[in-house]
Ligand binder design. Structure first.
Ligand SMILES: [Zn+2]
Length: 175
C-alpha cells in the first residue's frame, strides 16, 4: 500500500487533477452520497484514482458505521489519488464539521489526499503535500443535514494541521 501510494504522490502534479476534483465537481459528487449518509446515519467512503486511460475514476461508495468507514481502491486504478468519505448525520455528541485527526493521519499514512463531506455540507481536502486539512468550500456547499446546528461546536477555521485537529478534538469535548 505504501509503495503504491508513493507512486501516486509523484503523479499528482498532473494538471488535469485540479479540474477533475474541483470543489464544484466534489459538491456534485458528494450530493447523492450525502443524502444516503444523512438518512442512514452512516459514513460512506471510497477512493479516487486514475485508470489506465489517465481518467479520474471513483469507487462506488461503501457503507460504513456511524463514525468509521473502510474501503479499498479499485483494481482498475493504476494510481490511487485520494480517499473520500462522508460524516453521516448531525449529532450534538460529535463534532464532525472538520476531518478528524484520525482522518488526516490515515491519509498521510497511506500517502494520499483525502476528501471529506460534513453534516453542514462543507467539503475538506486532507492535503498530503502540506499535511493540512483545508476547507475547499463551506456551509451548504454540498447536501447538508437540515438538523445541522452551527452553534453546537466552535467556529470552523479554514484549515488545520494535525496539532490543530488534536486541539479541536479536546476543545469540542467541553461543548
Ligand atoms: Zn472522518
Amino acid at each position: 500500500m505504501r509503495i503504491i501510494a508513493l507512486a501516486a504522490a509523484f503523479a499528482i502534479a498532473t494538471p488535469a487533477l485540479a479540474e477533475d476534483l474541483s470543489a464544484q465537481y466534489l459538491a456534485e459528487f458528494f450530493g447523492p452520497i450525502q443524502e444516503l449518509s444523512i438518512a442512514n446515519e452512516r459514513e460512506y467512503c471510497g477512493y479516487f484514482g486514475y485508470n489506465d486511460a489517465g481518467e479520474v475514476i471513483a469507487t462506488k461508495p461503501k457503507k460504513g458505521l456511524e463514525d468509521s468507514c473502510q474501503a479499498e481502491p479499485s483494481d482498475e486504478m493504476v494510481e490511487v489519488i485520494a480517499s473520500y468519505h462522508t460524516h453521516g448525520a448531525f449529532h450534538y455528541e460529535a463534532d464532525a464539521e472538520t476531518p478528524s485527526s484520525t482522518d488526516l493521519e490515515a491519509d498521510l499514512d497511506e500517502g494520499v489526499d483525502g476528501y471529506v463531506a460534513t453534516p453542514g455540507g462543507r467539503i475538506w481536502m486532507n492535503d498530503y503535500d502540506t499535511e493540512r486539512a483545508i476547507m475547499l468550500c463551506g456551509r451548504n456547499c454540498t447536501v447538508s443535514d437540515p438538523d445541522y446546528d452551527s452553534t453546537a461546536f466552535p467556529p470552523v477555521n479554514g484549515s488545520y494541521d494535525l496539532d490543530g485537529l488534536y486541539d479541536r478534538d479536546e476543545s469540542s469535548d467541553d461543548y
